[in-house]
Structures are given as structure tokens and as C-alpha cells.
Design a protein around this ligand. Sequence first.
Ligand SMILES: Cc1cc2nc3c(=O)[nH]c(=O)nc-3n(C[C@H](O)[C@H](O)[C@H](O)COP(=O)(O)OP(=O)(O)OC[C@H]3O[C@@H](n4cnc5c(N)ncnc54)[C@H](O)[C@@H]3O)c2cc1C
Length: 419
Amino acid sequence: MIVIVGAGITGLSIAYHLKKMDADFIIIEKEKEPGGLCRSIQSNNYIFDYTGHFLHGDSPYVARMAIELVPDIMRIERQSYIYLDKRFIPYPFQAHLHYLPIYNRIKSIIGYLYRKKRKPKNLEEWILTNFGIGMAEKFFFPYNRKLWQYPLNAIVPDFLSPFVPTVNLAGSQKDLGYNVEFLYPAKGIGEFTAALALNLPIFHGEVKRVDEEEVHFEKGKVKFDYLINTVPLPELLKMLELPEEIPSVFESLKWNSVLAVNIGVKGELFGFQNKRGYKRKVNPSGFHWIYFPEGNFPFYRVGSFSNVSSDMAPEGHSSLWVEISYSGEKPDKKVIERTIDQLSSLGFFEKGSVDHILPVYIPYAYPVYTMRRENDLKVIKDYLSHYNIRLAGRFGGWKYTYMEESILEGKRIAEELCQ
Ligand SMILES: Cc1cc2nc3c(=O)[nH]c(=O)nc-3n(C[C@H](O)[C@H](O)[C@H](O)COP(=O)(O)OP(=O)(O)OC[C@H]3O[C@@H](n4cnc5c(N)ncnc54)[C@H](O)[C@@H]3O)c2cc1C
């Protein structure tokens, strides 16, 4: 019997593919609904995700599967911006430098042309090598510090390469990067995971302990021949009896958490300013998400569900999410008030039009690629492989992956197990 712990998108994909091959398996999931971070929340007639969850990538297999599972899934062209120097700049920053004030534009260009080309030893050096000091100081350093909540010179250099578009000094280029287009169901990403989960053998209950042959969960225990773990690795390690060398590995795992503040408002976003005739060079009102690198904003990104799909908000209303990264203690709720004040003063909405606020905490958001991560993961994986326990997914496998990769990883694992 194969036991999959966790019915997030990775666990569901493993199960979906195992089912196609008639394998003997079950999934154990602690929440009432499957989907993990790829669920949607219904609240006051709004639908929110656990911050924007857009299905991007270049796998024709995953695109076909998404269309099969959600036939009316939408294909959407990214509308993304950066808010910097009191202005909205089209994303990516490094291909729209002429939107910056002249001094910062020249500094960015000179920094890029005269950057030191060396083999970077950490993320800070990787940024300097690829973009130069001007762009680093203006965008990449403050944004990444805010997001990772970890010293950039203690993070490995190049894991971000697939996600960061190249520089274009010549002019505007919006179609750069890994997520120029994405797929999205009209009623939230939960539509996709609900379809994936249909008719799968999911047992609901929290797994509390795993020993050499059995998984113990709230409703009993199950014997396994093979166990695939997709729950956050630090949580799995707490469920096992570990030999001495593993707890030190456990302490070295670092991650950030995210407070997602979901906001519902009456009327359209930037509606007040649009009616008066938008005065800025770039009108961001149709934005899907906007990056905020500057330190005076506690959040690093703001997105809009209703701009992606009008079904996400009641008629005549709009919705947003705000992402605030933290490490350790949860941020004080005052940060929500400050966020609302700042967004309303930037013209996103009028303060009095806010009719719903739903804060959601995401305790595991981004696993940090520390210098020890690769080695420590190997120690853990080698140890667990003796007990036929395999790690998978973003937090189970402790890697910076997205949904498409989870789906493909699930397919790969199922095929390997059924060989
Ligand atoms: C802020 C943010 C934004 C993102 N945006 C995007 C995006 O736009 N596009 C994209 O492709 N990817 C995005 N991602 C990445 C995406 O969320 C992940 O790649 C994906 O959700 C990983 O799925 P998973 O199944 O590996 O993990 P999870 O979704 O975490 O699933 C793990 C499951 O295990 C369950 N579980 C935990 N503990 C136990 C226990 N003790 N017993 C039983 N069950 C348990 C959980 O309830 C959960 O269902 C984003 C991630 C974050 C944090």
C-alpha cells in the first residue's frame, strides 16, 4: 500500500496518476478540503485564494490536463507592475528603466554596464553580477530582503535564475519571464484542485506520528509499503523518531511565512482616479499583481483577484490580496490598518469603500535556499529512504517550486512507483 501524506496539489497529482495506473494507495489530509495552498476560500460572497495562484509554465501536458479538468479555464495575459519612486512601472523592472527618474535610470544603466562579472557565491553577488549596483539597490536588494526575511549573502546564488527575466536597456519589453501568460479557473484555483481530487481515496485527519511501517493519524493507523510525504519537512521530522544527526539538520531548515490580507471593496479599483481621468504615465487599474520593493510599505506584493476573474467578487465590487512576509512571530494586526491606509492613499480604493477584510496566515511560504540546504536535504533523504519514505512537493521536498512542477513531479513519482 502506498500512503501519500498531504492532499495539496503534489499529493493530488501523485494520486491522480496512481489511480490511472490502478495502484493501491490512499491519501491522508488534515484539512476538511483537499488542495493545500491551492484551495480557494468563500467569504462574504468573495472568493479568495491563498494569494494569487496562477497556473503558469510551458508543459503542454499540464495545459491539456488543466483544460480536461476545468474545460472553461481561462488563458490570461499577465498585467504586472512595480511601484517605485512614486510611480507605477511595467514589469519587469529591468526592461523598463526609462520609466525611472533620470538620475536612477542613469545609475542603473551605468551600474549594469560596469558590473563585475564574477562567479557569484551568494544571492547578493548573483544580483550584482546580473544587474549591477544601480538596479540592485533600487529594486532587487530591497525586494528580496523584504520577501526572504533572510540575509541575501547567506542564500545560494542562482536558484532564482529561471524566474528572473533578462535585462533590456533598449526600451519596453513586457513579454519577458516565466509567467507572461497563465491559466486560471473563473472561480479560483480551488476549482482545479477540486476537479483533480474527484473520486480519489482521501482520508481526513492529521498525521501525528510515522514509524518504520505505520502512519498514525487522528482516526487510526495505516500500514505502508511506501510513504510519500508532502507535508512541510520540519513537521514531518517532528513525527519521526530521529537519530542524533538529524535534529541539527532540522534546526538548519529556514523559511519565511506570509500574512495574506484579502480585501473586498465596493466599486472598481482605482475607480475614483479613473473617473477624473488618470494622470500618471501608466494606468495600473487592470493590474493582476504589483511589486512593492520600498521599505516604507510593509508588504512586498499586492494583487487583484477580481481583475483576473470578475466571478471572484460580487457584482459592483472588487477584491485584492496583499502579501506581507515575516519570519517567526506573526505581524501585529496594526499592519493591516497601515496597509489599508497606504493603499487608499495610493488610489487603489477609497477607504470608506472597504467592505470585507480577511487575513490568512500561511506559516510555510518560501523555503530558503541556505548554504546548508542541499547537504542537509541529502542527509534527510538518505535516512528516510531506508524506511521507504520519499519527500515530494514544495514544502515536503523543501524547494522553490510552483504548481506546474508539482503536477509533473506527481506524474513522475506515480510512474516510478508503478514501473
Ligand atoms: C504566497 C504564494 C504564492 C504562490 N503563487 C503561485 C502561483 O501563482 N503559481 C504557482 O504555480 N505556484 C504558486 N505558489 C506555489 C504553490 O503554492 C506550491 O507550489 C504548491 O501549493 C505546493 O503544493 P504542495 O502540495 O507541495 O504543498 P501544500 O499545498 O502545502 O500541501 C501540503 C498538504 O499537506 C497537508 N498537511 C500538512 N500537515 C499535515 C498533517 N500532519 N497530516 C495530514 N496532512 C497534512 C496540508 O493541509 C496540505 O493540504 C505560491 C506559493 C506561495 C506561498
